[in-house]
Design a binder for this molecule. Structure first.
Ligand code: 5AD
Ligand code: SF4
Length: 465
C-alpha cells in the first residue's frame, strides 16, 4: 500500500468561542490510506473549530500520521519528534502551547511506549479511533497524556465529518476513498494485520454517499483504497453480496465520475467479476497494482502468500486477455529470511516474465511481533543491498521501456493542476504517469485527447490530439 509520498495536510477555521485561532499541522508518512486518514482527521478538527497551517512553526497542534511498515519508516517519527521537542520548548517558554499527537500505525503498534521514549508527545491515537480525536485533544489540552489505541467497536467512518464542498474542490479533481481497512492474510513479514486489525468493508451506502459528495465537489477520478481492497464486499441495494467489481460498475454511474482506480490488491482475491470489470468498464483505468513480493515458491510459502509464482503469472495472463492495455505494478521484498541466490534469481525471473510499468522494491525489514522476525537465516545487509540494486536496475529498465512505448500514442489525459513551468498543465495518463501539456489544451478537471511527443525521466510530454 505504501507509496513513497509524504504530504502535509492543513485546513482553516477559527476556534469556537475564543479569539485565538487554534491551528493544526498534519504530516503524513507512508501509504495512501494514511493520506486519506489525514484528510478525514483534518475534516474532524475543522468541524471542531480548528484552523489550519502548512507551517509547523504556526501550529498549536502538530499531528504526525505515521507508518510502521519498515523500521526506517517508524524511526523517521522519532527523529522528527526530536526537532519538535525544541520547538515546543521555546513555544512554552514564550507562554504558548503546542500539543503533539502521534496517529497512524506507529501509534497503534507502540502505544504508550511512544510517550516513554519521547515525552514531548501528548497524545497517541490509533487508526481505528480517529473519530474520538476532538475529545482526546480536549483531554490532552487539559494536561493529560492520552493514549487511544483500542479497536473501536463503533464505525469510525460513520462518525467522522465529511469535508465541505469548497474543501473537496481545494483538494483537487482526484480523490482517495477508503472502502476497506485491515488485513486477514497474515503474510509473515507484515505488521498491517496487527496495526490495522482484521478486514472490515465499509457499507455500499456509505461509499456511494461519499463518492457522490466527491463528485459534487468536482472530483473526476476516485481511487478506492484498502489494504486488501479486492477483498471488499458488501450488501448491495439489491440485497445481494457485492464484490469490488460490482461496486466499481455502480460508482461509474455517478455523474461526474469519469475515472476509477483501486489499490492495493492481493493475487488471491482477483475474482472473475473484477477481471471482467477491467474488460467492460471504460471508467476503470488499465492499471493494476498487484504485489507478488517474490518469484520463489519456497519464499512465497515462507511468506505465507498462499500461492505459487505460476499462479501469479497465469492470473496476469487472464487479466491481460481481458484488458490487453493494462499496466502492471507491484511490490517486491528482497532478503526475506532464508532467501538464497537462486530464490532471488526466481524473483528477477518473475519480473522479466511479467513486465512491469512501475514497481516498488524494498529490503526486508524485521518487524517486531511478526513471524518473519523469528525465522532462521536472516540475510546480511550487504547481500540485501546488492540484490535490491540488481532488482531496481531491472525494474527501472522496464519502467523506461514502458514510458518509451507511450511516445507517439494518443490517449485521454485528466488535467489535474498547473505544471511547474508557467503556461503548462499537468495531468495523468490512464497508466498513472504524469503528463504535461500546453495550457491551451484545456482546463483543470477536463479529460482531453493528447498525443505523446516525448518521455523525460518519469514524465510524458504531450500535444492535443
Ligand atoms: N520489510 C520490507 N518490506 C515490507 N513490506 C511490507 N512489510 C515489509 C517488511 N517487513 C512491503 C511489501 C508491501 C509493501 C507495502 O511494503 O512489499 O507490499
Ligand atoms: Fe504504513 Fe500502516 Fe499504510 Fe502499512 S497500512 S503502509 S504500516 S501506514
Amino acid at each position: 500500500m505504501e507509496q513513497v509520498a509524504t504530504q502535509d495536510e492543513a485546513a482553516a477555521a477559527v476556534d469556537a468561542g475564543s479569539q485565538s485561532p487554534r491551528r493544526v499541522f498534519v504530516k503524513t508518512y507512508g501509504c495512501q490510506m494514511n493520506v486519506y486518514d489525514s484528510q478525514r482527521m483534518t475534516d474532524a478538527l475543522v468541524a471542531d473549530g480548528y484552523s489550519s497551517t502548512d507551517r509547523i512553526e504556526d501550529a498549536d497542534l502538530v499531528l504526525l500520521n505515521t507508518c510502521h511498515i519498515r523500521e526506517k519508516a517508524a524511526e523517521k517519527v522519532y527523529s522528527e519528534l526530536g526537532r519538535i521537542r525544541d520547538m515546543k520548548r521555546s513555544r512554552e517558554q514564550a507562554g504558548g502551547e503546542m500539543i503533539v499527537g502521534i496517529a497512524g500505525c506507529v501509534a497503534q503498534a507502540e502505544g504508550r511506549e511512544i510517550i516513554r521514549r519521547a515525552p514531548v508527545v501528548d497524545l497517541v491515537i490509533g487508526p481505528q479511533t480517529y473519530h474520538r480525536l476532538p475529545d482526546a485533544l480536549r483531554k490532552a489540552r487539559g494536561g493529560e497524556k492520552v493514549v487511544e489505541t483500542d479497536y473501536a467497536v463503533e464505525d469510525k467512518f460513520e462518525h467522522l465529518p465529511q469535508p465541505k464542498r469548497a474543501e473537496i474542490a481545494r483538494r483537487g479533481v482526484t480523490a482517495f476513498l477508503s472502502v476497506q481497512e485491515g488485513c486477514d492474510k497474515f503474510c509473515t513479514f507484515c505488521v498491517v494485520p496487527y496495526t490495522r486489525g482484521s478486514e472490515v468493508s465499509r457499507p455500499v451506502r456509505q461509499i456511494l454517499a461519499e463518492a457522490e459528495r466527491l463528485a459534487a465537489g468536482g472530483v473526476r477520478e476516485i481511487t478506492l483504497l484498502g489494504q486488501n481492497v479486492n477483498a471488499w464486499h458488501g450488501e448491495g441495494p439489491d440485497g445481494r453480496d457485492w464484490g469490488l467489481g460490482r461496486l466499481l460498475f455502480r460508482l461509474a454511474e455517478i455523474p461526474g465520475v469519469a475515472r476509477l482506480r483501486y489499490t492495493t490488491s492481493h493475487p488471491r482475491d482477483m475474482n472473475d467479476e473484477l477481471i471482467a470489470a477491467h474488460r467492460d468498464l471504460g471508467a476503470l483505468m488499465p492499471y493494476l497494482h498487484l504485489p507478488v513480493q517474490s518469484g520463489s515458491d519456497r519464499i512465497l510459502k515462507a511468506m505465507n502468500r498462499r500461492h505459487k509464482a505460476e499462479d501469479y503469472l497465469r492470473l496476469i495472463e487472464r487479466i491481460r486477455a481481458a484488458q490487453p492495455s493494462i499496466a502492471m505494478s507491484g511490490d517486491f521484498i528482497v532478503g526475506f529470511p532464508g532467501e538464497t541466490d537462486a530464490d532471488f534469481e526466481d524473483t528477477l525471473g518473475i519480473v522479466r516474465r511479467t513486465g512491469y510499468a512501475q514497481a516498488f522494491s524494498f529490503k526486508y525489514s524485521a518487524r517486531p511481533g511478526t513471524p518473519g522476525a523469528d525465522m532462521k537465516g536472516h540475510v546480511a545487509e550487504t547481500v540485501k543491498d546488492e540484490r535490491l540494486q540488481r532488482l531496481q536496475g531491472l525494474l527501472n529498465e522496464q519502467q523506461e521501456a514502458f514510458l518509451r512505448s507511450r511516445v507517439g500514442l494518443a490517449f485521454d489525459v485528466l488535467i489535474e493542476k498547473p505544471a511547474r513551468r508557467p503556461g503548462q498543465l499537468a495531468g495523468r495518463s490512464p497508466w498513472l504517469q504524469p503528463v504535461v501539456v500546453d495550457e491551451t489544451a484545456g482546463g483543470i478537471g477536463d479529460i482531453i485527447p493528447v498525443r505523446i511527443t516525448k518521455a523525460e525521466g518519469t514524465t510524458l510530454f504531450a500535444e492535443p490530439a
